[in-house]
Ligand binder design. Structure first.
Ligand code: PMP
Ligand code: GLU
Length: 406
């Protein structure tokens, strides 16, 4: 673990209460644990972290090298370079069919940084923010750290948004809704009708919407990903889009993303970041710009590979008898394992799976849904096949506990 118990000898240097209350990102902690075990010589299969296993496209790599070699890697404006903001605005205009200007874009170090910037800019202490379960690990923590109160709304059986429950969760203190389609961890892609209904609810109660669209390009059933900004000008005026290069262009380590929305809000994020982080890394800004301007062919190939892997993994899980909602986007499968859980829930299940079968996956409780586990299929087909064998062996031992000596 990165953080142990505070040193009792050194009270003065304890992290403050707000930081003590933050839990370490489960996905990143599990990824680190799997890598640590692998470095000790264990044959670990790591399906814990969600990051493409592809290299960034050639155009991205060349632009990064050229930026470094060009020598002028200096500070940029806090909101990002004018040329990248222009490229992002143009890209949003083209993909969403709604005109964006550079003034409506702030470049950030990552989508996570854009999300935390937007939450810190929008949330007043005590504001309630609706979060649709299952929800990516960082949402609840970021909202709390920003002083808000996350209100978790359970999903329908197919893991889509339960609009009746969402409406029932609105109170006088509700200030916003955080949505994520395609969803990490379920792969659920909201329909245009769901996005419209949810947006209308936001309008009716005067709520802002933060729309995390980081998996927007990774959809496999031919339908484009719907965004609240497409519903109407009025909805667009209350929506902040979060996106970045990590998933779409296999650029996780470059750490680059953006938020786009009403000028006051994105300018607020830039002002905040001017004090907290200065400006986004220029090498990554130039690499991201190259990706957006060139639309590299490698991206389509990456999507096709994810689609193939998706079919293999879901079929394998279903063959084991695990009910697995069909993921139409992102690169995760989220099967139900409730009949295999003991009192330690999905956390205990994943610990045992790692211990007994050297297979790292993420417990559903990290996403607010304890009956499931998340497997990232951003890994080779051959690895997926081996992982499925290990999971099947693990479940077989759980089905007949005497064999396992439990
Ligand atoms: N949102 C979601 C739903 C994610 O899965 C991730 C994954 N890291 C992020 C945001 C953040 O992406 P990044 O910080 O790498 O840009
Ligand atoms: N978003 C990825 C995941 O869910 C990367 C890890 C993280 O940032 O939490 O695995």
């Amino acid at each position: 673990m990165i953080f142990g118990a505070p040193d009792p000898e050194n009270q003065a240097m304890r992290p403050n209460q707000r930081v003590q209350k933050v839990s370490l990102s489960t996905t990143l902690a599990l990824d680190a644990r799997a890598k640590e075990l692998a470095s000790q010589g264990r044959d670990v299969i790591n399906m814990a972290v969600g990051e493409p296993d592809f290299n960034a496209p050639e155009a991205v790599q060349s632009a990064a090298v050229a930026a470094v070699r060009g020598g002028k890697v200096r500070y940029t404006p806090a909101e990002g370079t004018a040329s990248l903001r222009k490229a992002i605005a143009q890209h949003l205009t083209d993909t969403h069919g709604v005109a964006f200007t550079p003034a409506e874009v702030t470049v950030c170090h990552s989508a996570k940084h854009a999300l935390s910037g937007a939450c810190l800019t929008l949330i007043e202490p005590g504001d309630e923010v609706l979060v649709l379960l299952p929800a990516w690990v960082s949402y609840v923590e970021i909202i709390r750290f920003a002083g808000g109160v996350p209100v978790e709304v359970p999903p329908r059986a197919d893991l889509g948004p339960d609009l009746a429950r969402l409406a029932a969760a609105v109170t006088k203190k509700t200030k916003g809704i955080l949505i994520n389609s395609p969803c990490n961890p379920s792969g659920y892609v909201m329909t245009a009708a769901e996005v419209r209904a949810l947006s209308e609810l936001a309008e009716q109660h005067d709520l802002w919407i933060v729309s995390d669209e980081i998996y927007r390009r990774l959809v496999y059933e031919g339908e484009p990903n719907a965004s609240p900004v497409q519903v109407s000008e009025r909805i667009r005026a209350r929506t902040v889009i979060i996106d970045g290069a990590s998933k779409a262009f296999a650029m996780t380590g470059y750490r680059i993303g953006f938020c786009a929305g009403p000028k006051d809000v994105v300018a607020g994020v830039a002002k905040l970041h001017s004090q907290l982080t200065g400006c986004p890394n220029l090498v990554s800004q130039q690499a991201y710009e190259a990706a957006l301007l060139s639309e590299p062919r490698e991206v389509a190939e990456m999507c096709a590979q994810f689609d193939r892997r998706r079919r293999v993994i879901v079929a394998g899980l279903q063959k084991m008898g695990l009910e697995t909602p069909w993921p139409r986007g992102a690169f995760y499968a989220f099967p139900r394992v409730q009949s295999f859980l003991d009192a330690r829930g999905s956390g205990g299940f994943c610990e045992d799976l790692l211990e007994e079968q050297n297979l790292a996956v993420v417990p559903g409780n990290a996403f607010g849904v304890d009956d499931s586990i998340r497997l990232s299929y951003a890994t080779s087909l051959e690895t997926i096949e081996r992982a499925l064998e290990r999971l099947a062996a693990f479940l077989a031992r759980r089905r007949s506990p005497t064999k396992a000596g439990r």
